[in-house]
Write a protein that binds this ligand. Structure first.
Ligand SMILES: Nc1ncnc2c1ncn2[C@@H]1O[C@H](COP(=O)(O)OP(=O)(O)OP(=O)(O)O)[C@@H](O)[C@H]1O
Length: 716
């Protein structure tokens, strides 16, 4: 009672200017602390509170000691207001639950009000609910400044900026038990539509609460934007590729003709624009150095990896992805016959969802794509199997992007690359102070980050056994309890996992839980190794087009294509992509030939040719540099094709991988030695004599340069 009286006196003194505004946050209650948000922006923040008090007293004529019941709208009106913001509420609910979880046990309630300050939704800490309802923190209650004096939600609505109203900064003495951190939510036109607020009992106030609330607001704005413009084209961009698809990305919605319909706040910020009118209605080509069709095309070609684009005004580089309208997934209405995409290597009649973009005509891949489309929407977990570099992660991303969750998070976690000690906190997250060394803010684990979207567990076969049990429980119960917390959070995730291991074998050896295997493996999709794919030429041309996106497209001549087609590709598509990238970067002209191939690949071709076709003592080194390798000379007999040319040549896949690790000098040496060996019919004594080295030195060289002597009977 005494505190309330003191508070009323102080309000009057401050408002009348007899006490300076620094005294707004004063020492009325012995337990009071300063506003946790105040240190950084004092005195501007204190001044805002004083201005609010002045409004309350002079304009709204509020009595700081008033104890009348809070104003509450009728249930019908509340329902009408909730329905008006249905889209936003649907998104906000997930974020409110996440935010509540982050602040759980600290006595906070998470509140959403509409633009008129009517409390629409409330996630309360049980310990706080009772006190909260007494002060009017209940659905339908009005929390404008006019109704409740200076308070988080009402003052935020007035100021249109994030702020904290702490303890005795509240105008009404009945609210001084609260600490509120509130941030405004704007729509794509810059209209303030709602306020998100975290209110709690003041002594539990946390310094980072306002930052967490502001992050949640940004997440809500982004998600609402993506949802509202899901029937239009959307460019998502950031100046760092790894931030595309995250909280801080910018997003621009485009019409079918490539004109800007709307942009997020973050998009304006990144482009250095102050208001939406500077961007809305402009063509994308006025903003970036790309055409509308070009960006669609390269996004598809890059299989939804961000592509570099440059801003027109000052040339700043961004990474962008173009998303197609949800209703139009599968058709590309704006691309005309002459565009690059019309010359795509993909079979005719194939639509272009992210999954379809992986189809180049291989029957196994086609079956995989069909299977993924059929099961994933029905929430069946997919386990992807395949050798390294076959595109498991790319397939997983494509499944996500082709699903109804495309605009939701895709969270990938590599179970093999995280130190074992950290996997648990990475996956499940932790509360602040959960363990020694834990960050003060706590951490939202990957499982919660994926809430509402898709979780991709890569290299699942490498997950420690102890953790497998915990993961299994989470997947069965569909809820997660962060380390150091006791409150479970509901999980709504779609699950994809991948491995190159034989999980059945691991189960047999007791290294993988069988029950987890069956939980992850609604269906297993096996990605074929590159050497078994029937669509290699199309895929090679596609990757070459993707890697030559610097404006001048490259062509591959027939001999080169034939040679590439015949490699073993132990590193699969990854190896192929890297090879093409290197060749394109070093090319002399836009027509790539065999002479552009690094030596180790040519040597391999030579091994194949020498052993399968060319009689001994013929000059077996073709003039590769002149690119005159006769096509027939390289052709392997058909029945040898699948028996691995490298095996026949005495080089295994690991040898080839090893040979690829040689430095350029060693590669050249290997090439020269192979040439010498072939010319001397692999007679080692003769070669040693010719090179003026001992046989032992020659053997050491062969070993170092990964050359195995072939079975000479194959020559004859
Ligand atoms: N169908 C494809 N089209 C284009 N590029 C592909 C395709 N499949 C794979 N790639 C490329 O191959 C590389 C490896 O792909 P990804 O990382 O998805 O393979 P992975 O099977 O997950 O490999 P790992 O098992 O080693 O993690 C990437 O650069 C990707 O761009």
């Amino acid at each position: 009672m005494e505190i309330a009286v003191e508070h009323v006196k102080r309000v009057h003194l401050v408002v009348r200017g007899r006490l300076d505004s620094n005294h707004v946050s004063g020492a009325i209650s012995p337990g009071s602390t300063t506003n946790p948000d105040r240190e950084s922006n004092f005195p501007a923040a204190a001044n805002r509170i004083t201005q609010s008090w002045i409004r309350c007293l002079n304009e709204y004529k509020l009595d700081p000691g008033a104890c009348n019941d809070p104003e509450v709208v009728s249930p019908a009106e509340l329902q009408e207001r909730q329905e008006r913001l249905a889209d936003l509420q649907a998104v906000a609910k997930v974020e409110m639950a996440n935010l509540y979880q982050q602040l759980a046990d600290s006595g906070y309630a998470i509140i959403l009000t509409d633009r008129d300050g009517v409390l629409l939704n409330y996630f309360g800490d049980p310990a706080f609910t009772h006190a909260a309802s007494k002060t009017g923190l209940l659905p339908g209650a009005l929390w404008t400044e006019r109704a409740q004096g200076t308070n988080g939600m009402g003052t935020c609505l007035f100021e249109r900026r994030p702020l904290t109203v702490h303890q005795d900064e509240h105008y009404l003495s009945r609210n001084i038990g609260l600490s509120c951190a509130a941030a405004p939510i704007f729509d794509h036109e810059g209209e303030l539509v709602a306020v998100l607020d975290a209110s709690g009992e003041s002594h539990l106030a946390q310094q980072h609460t306002l930052a967490l609330v502001s992050m949640s607001v940004q997440m809500i704005e982004n998600r609402v934007f993506l949802h509202q413009f899901r029937h239009d084209y959307i460019v998502r961009f950031h100046n760092r590729p790894e931030f595309v698809g995250t909280l801080s990305e910018g997003a621009i919605a485009l019409s079918v003709t490539g004109r800007v319909l709307a942009a997020t706040r973050s998009a304006l910020f990144q482009l250095g624009l102050r208001c939406r009118s500077e961007i809305v209605g402009r063509d994308i080509t006025e903003l970036f150095n790309v055409t509308f069709c070009g960006l669609i095309d390269s996004s598809i070609k890059k299989s939804f990896h961000p592509v570099p684009i440059f801003e027109c005004r000052n040339g700043a580089r961004f990474f962008a992805l173009m998303y197609q309208p949800v209703s139009n997934a599968g058709i590309r209405p704006t691309i005309d016959a002459g565009s690059a995409s019309a010359k795509s290597t993909r079979p005719a009649g194939v639509s272009n969802t992210a999954l379809d973009a992986l189809h180049f005509g291989d029957p196994a891949m086609n079956a995989n794509i069909h299977m993924a489309k059929r099961v994933f929407e029905r929430n069946v977990a997919i386990l992807l199997q395949g050798e390294t570099g076959t595109g498991k992660e790319m397939f997983a991303r494509a499944v996500h992007l082709s699903s109804s969750r495309a605009t939701r998070p895709f969270i990938a976690i590599n179970c093999a690359s995280i130190p074992e000690a950290l996997i648990e906190s990475e996956l499940f997250g932790y509360r602040s102070g959960a363990f020694t060394g834990a960050s003060k803010e706590g951490q939202r684990g990957k499982l919660l980050q994926a809430n509402g979207g898709t979780l991709f567990l890569d290299e699942i076969g490498d997950m420690p056994v102890a953790l497998q049990a915990r993961l299994l429980r989470v997947l069965e119960e569909r809820e997660v309890v962060p380390l150091g917390s006791e409150t479970p959070v509901k999980l709504d995730i779609r699950l994809l996992s991948a491995t190159h291991c034989d999980l059945q074998k691991k189960i047999g050896q007791g290294e993988f839980r069988e029950d987890l295997y069956y939980r992850l493996q609604g269906v297993t999709i096996t990605l074929p190794p590159l050497r078994d794919r029937a669509d290699r030429p199309a895929l090679i041309r596609h990757l070459a087009a993707e890697e030559s996106d610097d404006g001048s497209p490259v062509e591959l001549d027939a001999n080169l294509l034939a040679l590439l087609d015949r490699q073993r590709w132990p590193g699969n598509v990854r190896q192929l992509r890297h090879l093409l990238r290197t060749m394109i970067a070093l090319r002399q002209s836009d027509r790539l030939g065999v002479h552009d191939l690094p030596a180790e690949y040519r040597v391999h071709a030579f091994d194949v040719a020498a052993l399968s076709q060319i009689p001994a003592a013929t000059p077996v080194i073709p003039d590769l540099s002149a690119d005159v390798l006769p096509h027939g000379q390289l052709q392997m007999p058909h029945d040898q094709k699948n028996t691995s040319s490298s095996e026949a040549a005495g080089t295994s896949d690991s040898d080839i991988l090893g040979a690829q690790k040689l430095n350029p000098l060693e590669s050249a040496e290997r090439y020269a030695l192979l040439k010498e060996l072939a010319q001397r019919d692999w007679n080692l004594s003769c070669v040693a004599r010719e090179l003026n080295i001992s046989r032992n030195t020659l053997y050491r060289k062969l070993q170092r340069l990964q050359i195995k002597t072939p079975d000479k009977s194959l020559f004859h």
